[in-house]
Design a protein around this ligand. Structure first.
Ligand code: ADP
Length: 340
């Protein structure tokens, strides 16, 4: 029942109860007085006692009713205090007969669950970042210690290995910076009109050397398509998706990039014949720092941040990104963007 109806019904019951009791008492007094005017005095006394008793019963009922409402509110107040102190794990398992109070209980439970979820994500991220940083740092440390102790020659190859790990660390730091900026400040889009085909062709051409080295067969299937978007950010999306496609495609594999113009939307599809992604990994690859086992064992040098940045940029344009993939059968990433 709604709180308002509950209040109206309860107050009406109390009022009706008082009126009925007073009428009965009044009539009782009248009868007594008629029967014997001499007992009028005791009749009046009886009326007074009736009134006091009625008031007393009404007070008890009001108290019971007030407890019914304030009880759950007190529990809710304690729970919100608990939440303020960082204790999100316990749920309020309480059902009342009042719709608004039940809704409030649900909202507080949902708030606690959301905060608990965020705390777990934060913990996992801190763990993941620590883990990701530890590996290159350990490699740098062991190489440098080996050189200092005279165990390793300070050869060009070894110094290049060290430089590679340092570059990997600094790439991770700048990607984390980007991600934090994107998530904290929202994404500031600098919208402009441009030809998406030209941007795709130009961006992909910067990967010519890598494509040539891996003897990858690249096919571009596009027509001119004018869109309004943040050109630099869309360029980052293209860089991430094409570099992943190259990274996870074996020598001699195929990559097809297509652009499909659908009146109000445009779809950019990156299809590769690479290692593919296992079913269990698919729901997670857009999460921060998520890397599949294949990516780790192949030591691709990836950090698992690129796709989360990509997804945030696409979402900021009110677009979508999705992936279809099968292990050993390649992957297809589809980005759909509104044209304006
Ligand atoms: P990374 O820098 O590791 O490539 P991303 O966030 O770009 O990070 O990608 C997350 C993970 O998704 C990768 O580590 C890889 O396991 C998987 N992945 C992304 N793109 C592809 C692809 N085209 N083929 C196979 N796996 C991919």
């Amino acid at each position: 029942m709604k709180l308002k109806s509950r209040l109206i019904i309860s107050y009406t019951i109390i009022a009706v109860f008082l009126v009925v009791v007073l009428i009965i008492a009044y009539m009782g007094c009248g009868i007594i007085c008629k029967v014997s005017p001499t007992v009028m005095k005791s009749g009046m006394r009886l009326f007074n006692w009736f009134s006091i008793a009625a008031l007393f019963v009404a007070l008890i009922f009001s108290q019971w009713f007030a407890n019914k409402i304030s009880g759950p509110l007190k529990i809710l107040t304690d729970k919100t205090q608990d939440i303020a102190n960082g204790n999100y794990s316990e749920k309020i398992n309480l059902r009342t007969n009042t719709v608004e109070v039940d809704t409030l209980i649900n909202s507080v439970n949902n708030l606690a669950a959301t905060l608990e979820g965020q705390r777990q994500v934060k913990r996992r991220m801190a763990n993941d970042y620590a883990h990701e940083f530890r590996t290159p740092l350990a490699a740098i440390q062991s190489n440098l210690e080996g050189i200092i102790d005279g165990v390793f020659e300070p050869s060009i190859e070894r110094l290049e290995d060290i430089r590679e790990e340092i570059l990997r660390l600094s790439r991770m730091v700048s990607q984390i910076d980007n991600l934090v900026a994107l998530e904290n400040d929202g994404i500031d889009l600098n919208m402009q009109s441009f030809d998406l085909k030209a941007l795709l062709t130009q961006t992909i051409s910067t990967f010519e050397a890598a494509i040539f080295d891996k003897k990858i067969n690249l096919k571009l299937d596009m027509t001119r398509c004018e869109i309004t978007a943040d050109k630099d950010k869309i360029s980052s999306v293209i860089i991430n998706l094409i570099s992943n496609a190259i990274k996870y495609t074996d020598i001699g594999g195929n990559i097809v990039v297509s652009l499909v113009d659908n009146k109000s939307h445009v779809a950019v599809i990156f299809a590769d014949s690479g290692v593919g992604i296992a079913k269990k990994d698919l729901p997670h690859i857009f999460e921060h720092l998520y890397r599949t086992d294949t990516s780790r064992t192949r030591n691709t040098g990836g950090s698992g941040i690129g796709l989360s940045v990509t997804k945030a940029i696409v979402a900021a344009h009110s677009g979508t990104i999705d992936v279809k993939s099968e292990v050993d059968n390649g992957s297809v990433f589809t980005v759909v963007l509104p044209k304006r």
